[in-house]
Design a protein around this ligand. Structure first.
Ligand code: GNR
Ligand code: NI
Length: 176
């Protein structure tokens, strides 16, 4: 298993609409395992393939606490079949937007179909943090970030900050 570099805002790769997985084979399972290793290393509770630069509709989640047995979940080609009218608010963060957190309101419950790591069709009804995390990750598959769900004023501020950070990471240019 290998830890892969994370794609960080404002990299336009994050706005890619990822493509459906055509076959669940050994290379795809290796990518899933690398995504889990990358997520645990960060650490985070979810990761979409595009966050490691792979434009495929696959995401991983593990909601187990650090002192608990790991409980890795792999979702391939997930589809939201339905969502509740009830909403819930969570403070969200994103490994592609380090150290920024904001409250996001989303459906409290979602029903999702997907293929698991073995390519088997599955369906789950998720609530609580799993529902929020699944929706956050499925957004990534469509090039959507959690900051797209906050006010434009806050979003513009965070994008500006990350653009400056990216600029400051570049080697100095000669002036004058
Ligand atoms: O690690 C993560 N924590 C988190 C907290 C609240 C709502 C969503 C998340 S997902 C995030 C990891 C990530 O960026 N996944 O795309
Ligand atoms: Ni994220």
């Amino acid at each position: 298993m290998s830890i892969k570099p994370l794609i960080i805002l404002p990299d336009p790769i994050l706005r890619t609409v990822s493509k459906p997985v055509e076959r669940v084979d050994a290379p795809l399972q290796k990518l899933a395992d690398d995504m889990l290793a990358t997520m645990y290393d960060a650490p985070g509770i979810g990761l979409a393939a595009i966050q490691v630069g792979e434009p495929l509709r696959m995401l991983v989640i593990d909601l187990a606490k650090e002192d608990e047995t790991p409980a890795p979940l792999v979702f391939i080609n997930p589809q939201v079949l339905g969502s509740s009218d009830e909403r819930s608010v969570y403070e969200e963060g994103c490994l592609s937007i380090p150290d920024y957190y904001a409250e996001v309101e989303r459906p409290a419950t979602v029903r999702v179909s997907y293929l698991d790591r073995d390519g088997k069709t599955q369906e789950i009804e998720a609530d609580g943090l799993l529902a929020t995390c699944l929706q956050h990750e499925i957004d990534h598959l469509d090039g959507v970030l959690f900051i797209d769900h906050i006010s434009k004023l806050k979003r513009d501020m965070v994008v500006k900050k990350f653009k400056k950070l990216a600029r400051d990471r570049q080697p100095a240019r000669m002036v004058g």
